[in-house]
Design a protein around this ligand. Structure first.
Ligand code: SAH
Ligand code: SF4
Ligand code: F3S
Length: 449
């Protein structure tokens, strides 16, 4: 849940004269929401086009996790305004996602070109909201306290791999994080609905699902169930061959869930378990609810149950008050655990968060240097993990033709690593055995056997 590059995931043939374009920022939750926004708009008579210039309605599905992500949205709104002025076009700009949910009506005041601001829990109401905008109103529809929409129309961007949102929101209050404010309190979907959706996906030929939620490990509380039970039910569905899930919280990563993972081989042997810091003092100030020793004990137990498990993490450097000793504790933890890969972030101030009120905010240079040190150290470890695969046979789900070299196919191993190899484009969507021949710190090269 971290990229902030704008992506256009979907494309359909125009069927009517009103057109839309969606730009998606941020995490997989937003990618999944964009598929639902597209589906709802198409049901409402709109058709999708390939660029903002051609669209009557431009939806920016935004991310607010770090300052940079939010600023990108404002600069894109500014660029759209210029485009509009030059072309004299009458285009509606709609802002969705986490910046919409954070700023609400303030976004309207900030920029006259924004006609609609809506939250992820209002997607199914889009046709009505757009009708009001077309009638000249400027509309805000944000309510993070309503229940999430039922998964209605969704235009899936991939015919073999599907995202399935199992819960919305977050009840934790990590001191640095804006998500509980932007996504609202935690609400899980009913397990029967999730199972029915995945069963239907399997019938349509999907082989991989990724279960999404801000904290899937606390799934199910409002339905008297848990994530382990959900996994068992999904594991029993014929046709689904790989199940991924993200993100897990260490304090909710239970023995029961670990035992379930061990019993369910279709669940990919990849665990993303954000540590955030290796220093207990910083973890306490962050309000994460665990110590490094408790985290480490969970890693040991899950590794003993699932040998070969690839473990990845998220870490924040330069949290307010982080000393050199605290930062060293993070490096020690990373060294000790030997992560398969990690996402490192420098602490970013977010509106309304507790961390803003803490003392000891660090300067940019210190945060930059710590991040560079962390990333350089991990790069070497990831390269070692990848090199250890050279010579072995790996099972790859073929995702598509390689972007850089169209003679090659690309796909992912169970552990999430990307592999490139020559083959028939007809293999896309199937699993292939690949002999790994070369490794870099970002991908594997191999030969299909
Ligand atoms: N629900 C997920 C987090 C989603 S945000 C979880 O708990 O794991 C993804 C990552 O962004 C977080 O794990 C954290 O490492 C990072 N992040 C969140 N807020 C941040 C901030 N204010 N500054 C820097 N990184 C942040
Ligand atoms: Fe943010 Fe913490 Fe919730 Fe993750 S668990 S979304 S980091 S508050
Ligand atoms: Fe960004 Fe919101 Fe996802 S802040 S990371 S789009 S939950």
């Amino acid at each position: 849940m971290r990229g902030t590059n704008p992506k256009l995931a979907l494309s359909v043939t125009p069927v009517q004269n009103k057109t839309f374009y969606i730009r998606t920022y941020g995490c997989q939750m937003n990618e999944s929401d964009s598929e639902r926004i597209a589906g709802t708009l198409i049901d409402g008579g709109y058709s999708m086009v390939a660029s903002a210039d051609e669209a009557d309605l431009v939806v920016l599905n935004t991310c607010s996790i770090r300052e940079g992500a939010e600023n990108k949205v404002y600069s894109d709104i500014g660029r759209l305004r210029l485009l509009q002025r030059e072309a004299g076009a009458t285009r509606t700009v709609a802002v969705a996602g986490c910046v919409a949910q954070q700023e609400g009506p303030a976004l309207m005041a900030r920029d006259r070109s924004v006609g609609l601001v809506f939250g992820s829990r209002a997607i199914s109401r889009l046709p009505e909201l757009i009708g009001r905008v077309e009638a000249g109103e400027r509309v805000t529809a944000i309510d993070i306290h309503t229940r999430p929409d039922a998964p209605d129309s969704q235009v899936r961007g991939d015919p073999h791999r599907a995202w399935v949102t199992v819960m919305e929101g977050c009840d934790n209050h990590c001191a640095f994080c804006v998500v509980p404010a932007t996504r609202g309190p935690e609400v899980s979907r009913h397990p029967d609905g999730v199972v029915a959706e995945v069963r239907e996906l399997a019938e349509r030929g999907y082989v991989e699902v990724t279960l999404l939620g801000q904290n899937v490990t606390s799934y199910g509380k409002n339905h008297g169930t848990d994530f382990a039970d959900l996994l068992r039910r999904l594991h029993a569905i014929d046709g689904i061959r790989r199940i991924r899930y993200t993100t897990s919280h260490p304090k909710d990563f239970s023995d029961r869930l670990m035992d379930t993972l061990a019993d369910c081989p279709k669940v990919a042997r990849h665990l993303h378990l954000p540590l955030q810091s290796g220093s207990d003092r910083v973890l306490a100030r962050m309000g994460r609810g665990y110590t490094y020793a408790a985290y480490r004990a969970k890693i040991e137990r899950v590794r003993s149950l699932l040998p070969g498990l690839a473990i990845t993490t998220d870490l924040i450097v330069g949290f307010p008050g982080e000393t050199e000793a605290d930062f060293s504790a993070t490096l020690d933890a990373v060294r000790e655990i030997g992560y398969f890969n990690l996402y490192g972030f420098k602490y970013s101030r977010r509106p309304g968060t507790l961390a803003l009120t803490l003392d000891g905010h660090l300067d940019d240079d210190t945060r930059d240097q710590r991040l560079a040190t962390l990333l350089a150290m991990q790069k070497a470890t990831t390269l070692r993990h990848y090199q250890a695969l050279v010579g072995s046979l790996v099972n790859v789900l073929v995702e598509g033709v390689s972007k850089r070299n169209t003679a090659r196919l690309s796909g992912r191993l169970e552990n999430g690593a990307l592999a490139h190899f020559e083959g028939d484009p007809g293999w896309v969507g199937s699993f292939r055995q690949v002999r790994v021949t070369q490794a870099s710190a970002s991908a594997l090269i191999g030969v299909a056997v």
